[in-house]
Design a protein around this ligand. Structure first.
Ligand code: 3HC
Length: 285
């Protein structure tokens, strides 16, 4: 099975920001989707987010079917065994190597031998995750961007043992989901986060060191470099805990130039994680 057209069911592990976004785009592309999280309240919250996103897209004519039809292709579950029939599963659980390795070992035991197991990890090693399975050739990185239904790109990450046909499949599958791709070797942070995280951390340091106000740093980067969000608002959008996790992995792997900004560490310690907690560098209703 190396053609997206042969895929019937897509499994998604994790119903959080990335997981429910991936489930939504897969169902929108016509696939049956099983989305699993560890607690039913996380599954329900993910399904509610999908409903509201589909309504927004329907309101501006960006989807061809009724939201209820697309939503009808998504089943929620707390049982990983329900992903046994998935032809391709995308894991979007927490960014902890031990958790991901456990999930991949379980998926490997459950899934058909030729099923592809993909991870949405933002910085962790695909090769190390794949090492928890007996099919490292069928493990690949599919790194989606947040918000998944709106962002056009997906990063395909190639592990040490990823089969060339699986890499091709990953590009074709992302294309079937309506996304454009680029490819990265399995090096810390891949292309996107290796370049993005220092940019965000430098914005935070500039703020902490009084170079400019919060708003002027974001305004300066928006107007000065034509990006949709400045570093502080983008950090809030991604989630400060996610930014800190990614920054720490890069720091560990690549040294001091990737040290997370002090103020980022302090805000995460205070539980101010950005939009999702109502408080980050900005306040949210
Ligand atoms: N579902 C459906 N539609 C959505 C949506 C969602 N989840 N989120 C936003 N939209 C739609 C809005 O309805 C709106 O549609 P319209 O233009 O037709 O009215 C459109 O997207 C723009 O949204 P808003 O008007 O609310 O706000 P903005 O114009 O500021 O756009 C944004 C929001 C799309 C998030 C834009 O600011 C943006 O592109 N920001 C940068 C995001 C980015 O860089 N993401 C990558 C982060 S890195 C990453 O994810 C990797 C990880 O590993 C860390």
């Amino acid at each position: 099975m190396y053609e997206p057209a042969d895929v019937e069911t897509v499994g998604v592990v994790g119903a959080g920001t990335m997981g429910h976004g991936i489930a939504q785009v897969a169902a929108t592309a016509g696939y049956d989707v099983t989305m699993r999280d560890i607690e039913s309240e996380y599954v329900d919250r993910g399904l509610e987010e999908i409903d509201s996103s589909l309504e927004r897209l329907a309101a501006k004519g960006a989807i061809d079917e009724e939201p209820a039809t697309i939503r009808g292709r998504i089943a929620g579950t707390t049982d990983l065994a329900d992903l046994a029939d998935a032809d391709v599963t995308v894991e979007a659980a927490v960014e902890e190597m031990a958790v991901k390795r456990d999930v991949f070992a379980d998926l490997d035991a459950l899934a058909d031998d030729d099923a592809v197991l993909a991870t949405n990890t933002s910085t962790l090693s695909i090769t190390e995750i794949a090492g928890a399975t007996d099919r490292p050739d069928r493990v690949v990185g599919l790194h989606f961007m947040n918000p998944v239904p709106v962002m056009e790109g997906v990063e395909v990450v190639v592990g040490e043992h990823t089969d060339g046909a699986v890499v091709e499949f990953a590009h074709a599958f992302a294309d079937a989901l309506g996304k454009e791709t680029w490819e990265s070797d399995d090096k810390p942070g891949f292309v996107t986060n290796r370049v993005l995280m220092p940019w965000i951390n430098e914005g935070i340091r500039a703020y902490d060191e009084g170079v400019a106000t919060r708003d002027d740093i974001d305004r300066g980067m928006r107007l000065g470099t034509n990006v949709p969000m400045g570093p502080l608002e983008l950090a809030d959008h991604i989630g400060l805990d996610v930014v800190l996790d990614a920054s720490e992995t890069l720091h560990e792997e690549l040294g001091d130039r990737y040290k997370p900004a002090y103020l980022l560490t302090r805000k995460v310690a205070a539980g101010d994680l950005g939009k999702k907690t109502g408080e980050g560098f900005y306040g949210y209703e």
